[in-house]
Design a protein. Sequence first.
Length: 419
Amino acid sequence: MLLAFGINHKTASVDIRERVSFSPDRVHDALSMARKNAKLNEVAILSTCNRTEVYCATSVENSHRLVDWLGQYHQLNVGQIQKSAYEFWNGAAVKHISRVASGLDSMVLGEPQILGQLKTAYSVAKDADTLGPELGRMFQHSFSVAKQVRTDTDIGTNPVSVAYAAVSLAKHIFADLKSTTALLIGAGETVELVARHLTEQGVRHITVANRTLERATNLAETFGGKAITLSEIPYELAKADIVISSTASQLPILGKGAVELALKQRKHKPMFMMDIAVPRDIEDAVGELADVYLYTVDDLQSVVEENRKQRQHAAQQAETIVDNSTSRFMESLRGLDAVETIRNYRKSVDDVREQELEKALMAIRNGADPEAAMQRMSRALTNKLMHEPCLQLKKAGEEGRDDRLKWAQKLLGIRRHEH
Protein backbone atom coordinates (compact mmCIF):
# COMPACT_ATOMS: atom_id res chain seq x y z
CA MET A 1 0.00 0.00 0.00
CA LEU A 2 1.16 3.53 -0.81
CA LEU A 3 0.88 6.39 1.69
CA ALA A 4 1.59 10.12 1.41
CA PHE A 5 1.55 11.73 4.87
CA GLY A 6 2.46 15.33 5.70
CA ILE A 7 1.77 18.93 6.59
CA ASN A 8 2.02 21.99 4.36
CA HIS A 9 1.42 25.74 4.17
CA LYS A 10 -2.34 25.15 3.92
CA THR A 11 -2.62 23.01 7.06
CA ALA A 12 0.07 24.42 9.38
CA SER A 13 1.64 27.80 10.19
CA VAL A 14 5.39 28.31 9.85
CA ASP A 15 6.02 27.76 13.58
CA ILE A 16 4.54 24.23 13.29
CA ARG A 17 6.21 23.52 9.93
CA GLU A 18 9.66 24.39 11.26
CA ARG A 19 9.22 21.95 14.16
CA VAL A 20 8.36 19.09 11.79
CA SER A 21 11.02 19.87 9.17
CA PHE A 22 14.10 17.73 8.46
CA SER A 23 17.46 19.40 7.84
CA PRO A 24 19.16 18.07 4.65
CA ASP A 25 22.10 16.59 6.59
CA ARG A 26 19.75 14.50 8.77
CA VAL A 27 17.36 13.11 6.16
CA HIS A 28 19.56 10.12 5.28
CA ASP A 29 19.63 8.85 8.89
CA ALA A 30 15.98 9.78 9.47
CA LEU A 31 14.95 7.56 6.54
CA SER A 32 16.62 4.49 8.04
CA MET A 33 15.10 5.24 11.45
CA ALA A 34 11.62 5.75 9.97
CA ARG A 35 11.70 2.47 8.07
CA LYS A 36 12.84 0.55 11.14
CA ASN A 37 10.79 2.24 13.89
CA ALA A 38 7.59 2.80 11.90
CA LYS A 39 7.94 -0.65 10.28
CA LEU A 40 7.74 0.65 6.70
CA ASN A 41 8.74 -1.30 3.59
CA GLU A 42 9.93 1.80 1.73
CA VAL A 43 10.15 5.48 2.68
CA ALA A 44 11.17 8.88 1.24
CA ILE A 45 11.06 12.32 2.90
CA LEU A 46 10.39 15.68 1.23
CA SER A 47 11.12 18.69 3.46
CA THR A 48 10.88 22.26 2.12
CA CYS A 49 9.94 25.67 3.50
CA ASN A 50 6.29 24.97 2.68
CA ARG A 51 5.89 21.26 3.43
CA THR A 52 7.19 18.16 5.12
CA GLU A 53 5.89 14.97 3.55
CA VAL A 54 6.71 11.31 4.11
CA TYR A 55 6.00 8.91 1.24
CA CYS A 56 5.77 5.25 2.22
CA ALA A 57 5.10 1.76 0.98
CA THR A 58 3.61 -0.17 3.89
CA SER A 59 1.85 -3.46 4.61
CA VAL A 60 -0.52 -1.97 7.23
CA GLU A 61 -3.24 0.52 6.27
CA ASN A 62 -2.86 2.96 9.15
CA SER A 63 -0.46 5.80 9.84
CA HIS A 64 -0.25 5.44 13.64
CA ARG A 65 3.27 4.01 13.72
CA LEU A 66 4.52 6.74 11.39
CA VAL A 67 2.87 9.49 13.48
CA ASP A 68 4.34 8.00 16.68
CA TRP A 69 7.80 7.95 15.11
CA LEU A 70 7.48 11.57 13.84
CA GLY A 71 6.42 12.70 17.33
CA GLN A 72 9.32 10.87 18.92
CA TYR A 73 11.85 12.13 16.34
CA HIS A 74 10.78 15.78 16.59
CA GLN A 75 9.88 15.60 20.30
CA LEU A 76 6.33 16.67 19.52
CA ASN A 77 3.00 15.59 20.93
CA VAL A 78 1.29 13.20 18.51
CA GLY A 79 -1.89 15.30 18.75
CA GLN A 80 0.00 18.38 17.49
CA ILE A 81 1.06 16.50 14.36
CA GLN A 82 -2.34 14.92 13.67
CA LYS A 83 -4.12 18.28 14.01
CA SER A 84 -2.18 19.70 11.04
CA ALA A 85 -1.59 16.53 9.03
CA TYR A 86 -3.19 14.92 5.99
CA GLU A 87 -2.81 11.43 4.61
CA PHE A 88 -3.52 9.93 1.19
CA TRP A 89 -3.60 6.23 0.40
CA ASN A 90 -2.88 4.34 -2.84
CA GLY A 91 -4.51 6.17 -5.81
CA ALA A 92 -5.01 9.32 -3.73
CA ALA A 93 -1.29 9.21 -2.77
CA VAL A 94 -0.30 8.89 -6.44
CA LYS A 95 -2.53 11.84 -7.33
CA HIS A 96 -1.13 13.93 -4.47
CA ILE A 97 2.55 13.43 -5.34
CA SER A 98 1.73 14.18 -9.01
CA ARG A 99 0.04 17.45 -7.98
CA VAL A 100 3.05 18.31 -5.79
CA ALA A 101 5.53 17.57 -8.62
CA SER A 102 3.49 19.69 -11.05
CA GLY A 103 3.40 22.70 -8.69
CA LEU A 104 -0.39 22.41 -8.26
CA ASP A 105 -0.14 22.05 -4.49
CA SER A 106 2.49 24.80 -4.06
CA MET A 107 1.93 28.14 -2.34
CA VAL A 108 2.94 29.78 -5.61
CA LEU A 109 0.91 27.88 -8.20
CA GLY A 110 3.06 26.21 -10.86
CA GLU A 111 6.43 27.08 -9.32
CA PRO A 112 9.11 24.80 -10.79
CA GLN A 113 11.48 24.44 -7.78
CA ILE A 114 9.37 21.77 -6.10
CA LEU A 115 10.08 19.24 -8.87
CA GLY A 116 13.84 19.56 -8.22
CA GLN A 117 13.23 19.18 -4.48
CA LEU A 118 11.15 16.05 -5.11
CA LYS A 119 13.91 14.61 -7.30
CA THR A 120 16.41 15.29 -4.50
CA ALA A 121 14.11 13.46 -2.02
CA TYR A 122 14.02 10.51 -4.46
CA SER A 123 17.84 10.46 -4.80
CA VAL A 124 18.44 10.68 -1.04
CA ALA A 125 16.02 7.80 -0.39
CA LYS A 126 17.75 5.80 -3.11
CA ASP A 127 21.16 6.45 -1.53
CA ALA A 128 19.79 5.51 1.90
CA ASP A 129 18.48 2.26 0.38
CA THR A 130 14.92 2.98 1.60
CA LEU A 131 13.47 3.28 -1.91
CA GLY A 132 12.08 0.12 -3.52
CA PRO A 133 9.99 -0.74 -6.59
CA GLU A 134 6.66 0.62 -5.29
CA LEU A 135 7.85 4.12 -4.32
CA GLY A 136 10.28 4.13 -7.24
CA ARG A 137 7.41 3.67 -9.70
CA MET A 138 5.30 6.33 -7.94
CA PHE A 139 8.10 8.93 -7.98
CA GLN A 140 9.00 8.26 -11.62
CA HIS A 141 5.32 8.56 -12.53
CA SER A 142 5.08 11.96 -10.76
CA PHE A 143 8.16 13.22 -12.66
CA SER A 144 6.59 12.11 -15.94
CA VAL A 145 3.27 13.84 -15.10
CA ALA A 146 5.08 17.07 -14.14
CA LYS A 147 6.90 17.02 -17.48
CA GLN A 148 3.60 16.55 -19.34
CA VAL A 149 1.97 19.40 -17.38
CA ARG A 150 4.88 21.72 -18.27
CA THR A 151 4.72 20.67 -21.93
CA ASP A 152 0.95 20.66 -22.47
CA THR A 153 -0.17 23.67 -20.37
CA ASP A 154 0.93 27.27 -19.79
CA ILE A 155 1.35 26.79 -16.05
CA GLY A 156 5.11 27.28 -16.39
CA THR A 157 4.86 30.46 -18.48
CA ASN A 158 6.52 33.38 -16.67
CA PRO A 159 7.23 31.13 -13.66
CA VAL A 160 6.63 32.70 -10.29
CA SER A 161 8.55 31.35 -7.30
CA VAL A 162 8.70 32.09 -3.58
CA ALA A 163 11.87 34.05 -4.42
CA TYR A 164 9.97 36.14 -6.97
CA ALA A 165 7.13 36.72 -4.50
CA ALA A 166 9.64 37.85 -1.84
CA VAL A 167 11.17 40.43 -4.20
CA SER A 168 7.66 41.58 -5.22
CA LEU A 169 6.87 42.18 -1.55
CA ALA A 170 10.07 44.23 -1.16
CA LYS A 171 8.79 46.51 -3.93
CA HIS A 172 5.85 47.42 -1.68
CA ILE A 173 8.28 48.77 0.92
CA PHE A 174 10.77 50.46 -1.43
CA ALA A 175 9.26 52.24 -4.41
CA ASP A 176 12.58 52.02 -6.28
CA LEU A 177 14.77 49.00 -5.59
CA LYS A 178 17.65 50.40 -7.70
CA SER A 179 18.94 52.51 -4.82
CA THR A 180 18.80 49.67 -2.25
CA THR A 181 21.48 47.36 -0.89
CA ALA A 182 20.64 43.68 -0.34
CA LEU A 183 22.08 41.13 2.06
CA LEU A 184 21.22 37.54 1.11
CA ILE A 185 21.83 34.81 3.67
CA GLY A 186 22.39 31.33 2.24
CA ALA A 187 23.70 30.19 -1.15
CA GLY A 188 21.15 27.65 -2.34
CA GLU A 189 18.77 27.67 -5.29
CA THR A 190 16.21 29.97 -3.64
CA VAL A 191 18.82 32.62 -2.77
CA GLU A 192 20.21 32.38 -6.30
CA LEU A 193 16.69 33.07 -7.66
CA VAL A 194 16.31 35.99 -5.23
CA ALA A 195 19.62 37.44 -6.46
CA ARG A 196 18.48 37.07 -10.08
CA HIS A 197 15.13 38.80 -9.45
CA LEU A 198 16.81 41.62 -7.47
CA THR A 199 19.31 42.15 -10.28
CA GLU A 200 16.46 42.30 -12.81
CA GLN A 201 14.87 45.01 -10.62
CA GLY A 202 18.08 47.05 -10.86
CA VAL A 203 19.68 46.22 -7.47
CA ARG A 204 23.44 46.58 -7.92
CA HIS A 205 24.73 46.12 -4.37
CA ILE A 206 24.31 42.51 -3.27
CA THR A 207 26.17 40.77 -0.45
CA VAL A 208 25.88 36.97 -0.06
CA ALA A 209 26.54 35.48 3.38
CA ASN A 210 26.99 31.74 3.77
CA ARG A 211 28.51 29.22 6.15
CA THR A 212 30.91 28.17 3.38
CA LEU A 213 32.69 31.19 1.86
CA GLU A 214 33.46 29.36 -1.38
CA ARG A 215 29.77 28.82 -2.19
CA ALA A 216 28.97 32.42 -1.27
CA THR A 217 31.77 33.63 -3.56
CA ASN A 218 30.58 31.52 -6.52
CA LEU A 219 27.07 32.95 -6.20
CA ALA A 220 28.11 36.56 -5.48
CA GLU A 221 30.44 36.68 -8.48
CA THR A 222 27.56 35.72 -10.81
CA PHE A 223 25.75 38.92 -9.84
CA GLY A 224 28.75 41.18 -9.30
CA GLY A 225 28.26 41.04 -5.55
CA LYS A 226 30.38 40.49 -2.45
CA ALA A 227 30.74 37.29 -0.39
CA ILE A 228 31.06 37.00 3.40
CA THR A 229 30.77 34.27 6.04
CA LEU A 230 27.88 34.13 8.52
CA SER A 231 30.13 35.44 11.30
CA GLU A 232 30.62 38.69 9.32
CA ILE A 233 26.88 39.45 9.09
CA PRO A 234 26.85 41.87 12.11
CA TYR A 235 29.40 44.09 10.30
CA GLU A 236 27.37 44.18 7.06
CA LEU A 237 23.85 44.28 8.46
CA ALA A 238 23.69 48.06 8.96
CA LYS A 239 24.32 48.61 5.23
CA ALA A 240 21.41 46.40 4.15
CA ASP A 241 18.01 47.80 3.17
CA ILE A 242 16.83 44.34 2.15
CA VAL A 243 17.68 41.14 4.03
CA ILE A 244 16.42 37.86 2.57
CA SER A 245 17.41 34.62 4.26
CA SER A 246 17.05 30.99 3.23
CA THR A 247 19.44 28.51 4.89
CA ALA A 248 19.11 24.99 6.27
CA SER A 249 20.23 26.09 9.73
CA GLN A 250 18.37 24.51 12.64
CA LEU A 251 18.99 27.60 14.80
CA PRO A 252 18.26 31.31 14.11
CA ILE A 253 21.08 33.21 12.41
CA LEU A 254 19.84 36.72 13.13
CA GLY A 255 18.71 37.76 16.62
CA LYS A 256 16.92 40.85 17.92
CA GLY A 257 20.08 42.32 19.49
CA ALA A 258 22.11 42.29 16.25
CA VAL A 259 19.28 43.90 14.27
CA GLU A 260 18.68 46.51 16.99
CA LEU A 261 22.34 47.51 16.83
CA ALA A 262 22.22 47.73 13.03
CA LEU A 263 19.12 49.97 13.18
CA LYS A 264 20.92 52.40 15.49
CA GLN A 265 23.81 52.61 13.02
CA ARG A 266 21.28 53.14 10.20
CA LYS A 267 19.66 55.97 12.21
CA HIS A 268 16.42 53.96 12.10
CA LYS A 269 16.22 53.86 8.32
CA PRO A 270 13.70 51.05 7.54
CA MET A 271 14.80 47.49 6.77
CA PHE A 272 12.83 44.92 4.80
CA MET A 273 13.50 41.38 6.05
CA MET A 274 12.16 38.23 4.41
CA ASP A 275 12.71 34.89 6.14
CA ILE A 276 12.06 32.14 3.61
CA ALA A 277 13.71 29.44 5.75
CA VAL A 278 11.96 26.68 7.68
CA PRO A 279 13.07 26.45 10.48
CA ARG A 280 13.27 30.25 10.55
CA ASP A 281 16.62 32.05 10.26
CA ILE A 282 15.45 35.31 11.86
CA GLU A 283 14.18 35.39 15.44
CA ASP A 284 10.47 36.16 15.69
CA ALA A 285 11.23 38.99 18.17
CA VAL A 286 12.97 40.96 15.38
CA GLY A 287 9.50 41.73 14.03
CA GLU A 288 8.76 43.74 17.19
CA LEU A 289 11.34 46.40 16.22
CA ALA A 290 9.75 49.63 14.97
CA ASP A 291 11.79 50.10 11.79
CA VAL A 292 11.81 46.47 10.62
CA TYR A 293 9.33 44.97 8.17
CA LEU A 294 9.79 41.25 8.86
CA TYR A 295 7.94 38.72 6.72
CA THR A 296 7.93 34.92 6.52
CA VAL A 297 6.79 32.62 3.70
CA ASP A 298 3.28 32.73 5.15
CA ASP A 299 3.05 36.46 4.32
CA LEU A 300 3.30 36.04 0.55
CA GLN A 301 -0.44 35.50 0.09
CA SER A 302 -1.24 38.61 -1.99
CA VAL A 303 1.43 37.83 -4.60
CA VAL A 304 0.37 34.20 -4.54
CA GLU A 305 -3.30 35.04 -5.11
CA GLU A 306 -2.50 37.22 -8.14
CA ASN A 307 -0.41 34.40 -9.58
CA ARG A 308 -3.24 31.92 -8.94
CA LYS A 309 -5.76 34.04 -10.86
CA GLN A 310 -3.44 34.34 -13.86
CA ARG A 311 -2.84 30.60 -13.99
CA GLN A 312 -6.27 29.24 -13.14
CA HIS A 313 -7.07 27.96 -16.66
CA ALA A 314 -3.69 26.25 -16.97
CA ALA A 315 -4.19 24.75 -13.51
CA GLN A 316 -7.54 23.23 -14.55
CA GLN A 317 -5.89 21.66 -17.60
CA ALA A 318 -3.09 20.34 -15.37
CA GLU A 319 -5.60 18.84 -12.91
CA THR A 320 -7.21 16.91 -15.79
CA ILE A 321 -3.79 15.56 -16.82
CA VAL A 322 -3.09 14.49 -13.23
CA ASP A 323 -6.50 12.76 -12.89
CA ASN A 324 -6.18 10.86 -16.17
CA SER A 325 -2.57 9.82 -15.58
CA THR A 326 -3.40 8.66 -12.02
CA SER A 327 -6.18 6.41 -13.37
CA ARG A 328 -3.83 4.91 -15.96
CA PHE A 329 -1.09 4.41 -13.36
CA MET A 330 -3.42 2.61 -10.95
CA GLU A 331 -4.66 0.39 -13.80
CA SER A 332 -1.07 -0.54 -14.61
CA LEU A 333 -0.43 -1.35 -10.92
CA ARG A 334 -3.48 -3.60 -10.84
CA GLY A 335 -2.13 -5.24 -14.00
CA LEU A 336 1.18 -5.84 -12.23
CA ASP A 337 -0.69 -7.40 -9.29
CA ALA A 338 -2.49 -9.75 -11.70
CA VAL A 339 0.79 -10.75 -13.37
CA GLU A 340 2.31 -11.51 -9.96
CA THR A 341 -0.74 -13.60 -8.98
CA ILE A 342 -0.59 -15.54 -12.26
CA ARG A 343 3.14 -16.12 -11.81
CA ASN A 344 2.63 -17.44 -8.26
CA TYR A 345 -0.29 -19.63 -9.33
CA ARG A 346 1.67 -21.09 -12.21
CA LYS A 347 4.57 -21.86 -9.87
CA SER A 348 2.34 -23.61 -7.31
CA VAL A 349 0.76 -25.76 -10.07
CA ASP A 350 4.20 -26.52 -11.50
CA ASP A 351 5.46 -27.57 -8.05
CA VAL A 352 2.56 -30.06 -7.72
CA ARG A 353 3.23 -31.40 -11.24
CA GLU A 354 6.96 -31.88 -10.47
CA GLN A 355 6.18 -33.74 -7.22
CA GLU A 356 3.67 -36.09 -8.82
CA LEU A 357 5.83 -36.71 -11.89
CA GLU A 358 8.79 -37.61 -9.65
CA LYS A 359 6.59 -40.06 -7.68
CA ALA A 360 5.35 -41.70 -10.92
CA LEU A 361 8.86 -42.03 -12.38
CA MET A 362 10.15 -43.48 -9.10
CA ALA A 363 7.34 -46.06 -9.09
CA ILE A 364 8.13 -47.07 -12.69
CA ARG A 365 11.85 -47.34 -11.87
CA ASN A 366 10.90 -49.64 -8.97
CA GLY A 367 9.01 -51.97 -11.34
CA ALA A 368 5.44 -50.59 -11.22
CA ASP A 369 3.22 -50.93 -14.29
CA PRO A 370 3.75 -47.66 -16.27
CA GLU A 371 0.05 -47.36 -17.22
CA ALA A 372 -1.06 -47.81 -13.59
CA ALA A 373 1.58 -45.27 -12.45
CA MET A 374 0.28 -42.75 -14.97
CA GLN A 375 -3.32 -43.35 -13.83
CA ARG A 376 -2.31 -42.75 -10.18
CA MET A 377 -0.39 -39.62 -11.17
CA SER A 378 -3.35 -38.14 -13.10
CA ARG A 379 -5.77 -38.83 -10.20
CA ALA A 380 -3.32 -37.31 -7.66
CA LEU A 381 -2.83 -34.24 -9.86
CA THR A 382 -6.59 -33.74 -10.24
CA ASN A 383 -7.22 -34.14 -6.50
CA LYS A 384 -4.43 -31.78 -5.43
CA LEU A 385 -5.28 -29.08 -7.95
CA MET A 386 -8.99 -29.20 -7.13
CA HIS A 387 -8.67 -29.48 -3.34
CA GLU A 388 -8.38 -25.78 -2.37
CA PRO A 389 -10.85 -24.42 -5.01
CA CYS A 390 -13.44 -27.03 -3.94
CA LEU A 391 -13.03 -26.07 -0.27
CA GLN A 392 -13.54 -22.38 -1.10
CA LEU A 393 -16.54 -23.11 -3.38
CA LYS A 394 -18.17 -25.19 -0.65
CA LYS A 395 -17.54 -22.40 1.89
CA ALA A 396 -19.03 -19.80 -0.49
CA GLY A 397 -22.13 -21.98 -0.93
CA GLU A 398 -22.57 -22.40 2.83
CA GLU A 399 -22.26 -18.64 3.33
CA GLY A 400 -24.73 -17.90 0.54
CA ARG A 401 -22.08 -16.02 -1.45
CA ASP A 402 -23.63 -16.37 -4.91
CA ASP A 403 -21.33 -13.58 -6.18
CA ARG A 404 -18.28 -15.73 -5.42
CA LEU A 405 -19.82 -18.80 -7.00
CA LYS A 406 -20.62 -16.86 -10.21
CA TRP A 407 -17.08 -15.40 -10.28
CA ALA A 408 -15.62 -18.91 -9.76
CA GLN A 409 -17.63 -20.20 -12.71
CA LYS A 410 -16.13 -17.46 -14.89
CA LEU A 411 -12.65 -17.95 -13.46
CA LEU A 412 -12.68 -21.73 -13.96
CA GLY A 413 -14.55 -21.65 -17.27
CA ILE A 414 -17.46 -23.74 -15.91
CA ARG A 415 -20.62 -23.78 -18.00
CA ARG A 416 -23.82 -24.27 -16.07
CA HIS A 417 -25.80 -27.22 -17.39
CA GLU A 418 -29.57 -26.94 -17.54
CA HIS A 419 -31.39 -29.81 -15.78
